[in-house]
Write a protein that binds this ligand. Sequence first.
Ligand SMILES: [Zn+2]
Length: 65
Amino acid sequence: MDTIDKAQLIEEFHRAEALARITTAHTPTTGAEHCRVCGDTIPEARRLLVPGTDLCVECKAEQED
Ligand SMILES: [Zn+2]
C-alpha cells in the first residue's frame, strides 16, 4: 500500500514537472513551427525533443542520408 502511494506521488510530481516544461517551452526559442524545407508543421513533441530544430522528421532524415 505504502509503496503504491509513493509511486503515485512520484508519478504526479513528474507529470507536473513535464507540464511545467511544456508550458515554459511555448516560446520562440523552441524553434520553427514549420519545416524550412517543405513547410510542414513540425510537431510540438519534436520541437521539445530537439530544441531549435527547423526541419521536420522527413527532411532531417533526408539531410542525414
Ligand atoms: Zn520538411
